[in-house]
Design a protein around this ligand. Sequence first.
Ligand code: C5P
Length: 227
Amino acid sequence: PRIAIIVVAAGSGTRLGATAPKAFVGIDRHTVLRHALEGVFAAPSAQVIVVAPAGREGDALTELLAASGDRRDLASVVVGGATRQESVAAGLAAVWPDVEFVLVHDAARALTPPDVFGRVLDALADGVPAVVPTLPVVDTLKQVSGSDVVAAVDRSQLAAAQTPQGFARVVIDSAYAVADREYTDDAALVAAAGRAVAIVPGDTRSFKITTPDDLDRARALVAPSTA
Ligand code: C5P
């Protein structure tokens, strides 16, 4: 395939307070990872690489086989690292030679709609080197120092970044090759290497499951409607 989707699922999920790593926590009868993979396999045919916590490769493979259907030959599991950036690097090392576009997606954004993958892939097909789905910031933001407000922040100049983030393969490979510190996300790492990053509309359903409240929200969204 021309596309690879790296699903990073190697985080511990400490802030969720669950006993299992976050990717293996149940939303309903399916885990966070399984839900994320349903979205991934709704996208056009792609190599799919799940980056799993050490020791949970078998569980990740079980989820991958359940979600991949007749595309299981395109799917594989690799072990992640201590940081998200190390986990992405492990995924990049497993991308097949013929791949031209790489998407990096947080398993924790388990309910990301297929449309978002479509918008990211369309932008890459149009020739942008890097693209991030974003949402406008709704809160009024303040720059603070200690217990004081230092300045107002113009939120019209800000956007909240989500995943999947998409890259021309050469762009993300070369940016990772020169990265000499931790960046907050792949778009920041690629921007630091001097590449322009475009935006496409994200989706509120792409929120990252981080806290117990987020898990409750995800459970409410997947619960069968009683209406
Ligand atoms: O910790 P946070 O929720 O921001 O992590 C975002 C995504 O990165 C999650 O899907 C998580 O599993 C993944 N991750 C990873 N390896 C790490 C840390 C986080 O794959 N060492």
